[in-house]
Design a protein around this ligand. Structure first.
Ligand code: FES
Length: 128
């Protein structure tokens, strides 16, 4: 069974001209929301939430990426810190169920139909 990582930048700004909300960065809030989803078992068990300091798309806050060695890596930005977790969980579920990690735009949650920042080919060849 493939393992998947949901990277979340914890340093992203909360909003334009506002780095923090309630004393924490926007990305931190998003990470906390996704951790809560994981604890409530809304994410597939093969998806691990991994905080990162920066995904180098700082002007497209908030940012996340989904990766798995045998699947295409997907990276997204422009995600509202407090209102994105449900859509990200849905996408992560689609990603985990997919064979190659490619989720067509029309099939993605509405919030994630735009804002794709990168689509990187798999590191390893698909398993037979
Ligand atoms: S601060 Fe989030 S991508 Fe750089």
């Amino acid at each position: 069974m493939s393992q998947h990582t949901l990277f979340v930048c914890t340093s992203c700004n909360f909003a334009t001209g506002q780095r923090e909300h309630l004393g924490q960065r926007g990305g931190y809030h998003l990470w906390q929301s996704l951790l809560q989803c994981q604890q409530q078992e809304q994410l597939p068990p093969t998806v691990r939430v991994q905080p990162v300091e920066c995904l180098s798309a700082c002007n497209r806050f908030c940012t996340i990426a989904l990766a798995s060695p045998e699947k295409t890596t997907l990276m997204f930005g422009d995600l509202p810190a407090l209102d994105s977790a449900t859509a990200i969980v849905q996408l992560a579920t689609q990603y985990a169920a997919s064979g190659d990690g490619v989720i067509p735009r029309k099939d993605r949650p509405a919030l994630l139909q735009k804002g794709i920042l990168a689509r990187i080919p798999p590191v390893l060849p698909p398993q037979a």
